[in-house]
Design a protein around this ligand. Structure first.
Ligand code: SF4
Ligand code: SF4
Ligand code: FES
Length: 243
């Protein structure tokens, strides 16, 4: 199969981006974006469609098994993971476009600086103390929530998320929901207040994030679970004020 990879390149954060078109040919009937990028970079004779040599494409990867989230990028206009996005033949030569996530500051080529997302999660302190006894329902919710890769794909399509802003977006939904499911109600007062402030209040509930999660997390269910706790908390606070 023959494809053209059209990649948005930039030398560094301060440089202007530009497109490069790279031909890629393989005997495989189906292959991942990650395997195409690796093969292109390993080719010492690499040339673009005009026959010009070029430097290896910079992109991030670690697990290559849809487990670490580091290879998140925009593939054919939609955020996804390079190691998960499969390209299969249509019989015709086709073009696949690759761009870095645009929600975060650019670093180089397909690498974006997602550190603000990780810093925000650290600041929110949404990690489990462990050793908690869970009901079957809480276990199911906590398990689904724990599958979040913190890839940032959901943030790329969220109209309300801005890197460094106060709304933490859905990358924080998983850790928050996991902890809200695990902690007994009496111990989650501070956590539910924090969820309200950093997720619930900023979320427009448009669900644009629902269809892009590469981990297949049931975002609707997690939102319903944690929003119910946030609404319950607000209602009890309002009732206290009335009384
Ligand atoms: S529901 Fe809408 S506003 Fe809320 S996190 Fe998803 S995309 Fe963003
Ligand atoms: S919710 Fe899904 S898309 Fe968003 S950061 Fe977690 S794994 Fe990625
Ligand atoms: S390299 Fe880890 S998710 Fe793609």
């Amino acid at each position: 199969m023959k494809i053209i990879l059209k990649i948005l390149r930039r030398k560094d954060a301060a440089s202007e981006p530009y497109w490069i078109s790279i031909p890629y040919e393989t005997d495989e009937a189906e292959f991942s974006v990650a395997s195409a990028l690796r093969a292109i970079n390993e080719d010492t004779e690499r040339r673009d469609v005009n026959g010009e040599p070029f430097e290896p494409i910079r992109w991030e990867c670690s697990c290559l098994q849809k487990k670490c989230g580091s290879c998140a990028m925009v593939i054919d206009g939609k955020p996804g993971l390079a190691c998960d996005a499969m390209i299969s033949g249509t019989g015709k030569e086709r073009t696949v476009t690759l761009e870095p996530l645009k929600t975060f500051p650019p670093v180089a080529d397909l690498i974006a600086d997602r550190s603000s997302m990780f810093e925000e999660l650290k600041k929110l302190k949404v990690w489990s103390p462990g050793g908690l006894k869970l009901s079957e329902e809480a276990e199911e919710t906590a398990y689904d929530a724990s599958r979040c890769l913190q890839c940032g794909c959901c943030l790329e399509v969220c109209p309300n998320f801005h890197a460094g802003g106060s709304f933490a977006g859905n990358a924080a939904l998983g850790p928050f929901t996991r902890l809200l499911a695990e902690l007994p109600k009496k111990d989650n007062k501070e956590l539910s207040a924090s969820y309200s402030k950093y997720v619930f209040e900023g979320c427009g509930k448009s669900l644009a994030c629902r269809d892009v999660c590469p981990a297949g997390i049931d975002i609707d269910r997690l939102l319903v679970h944690s929003n119910a706790i946030a609404v319950w908390r607000r209602k009890s606070a309002a009732d206290k004020v009335k009384n």
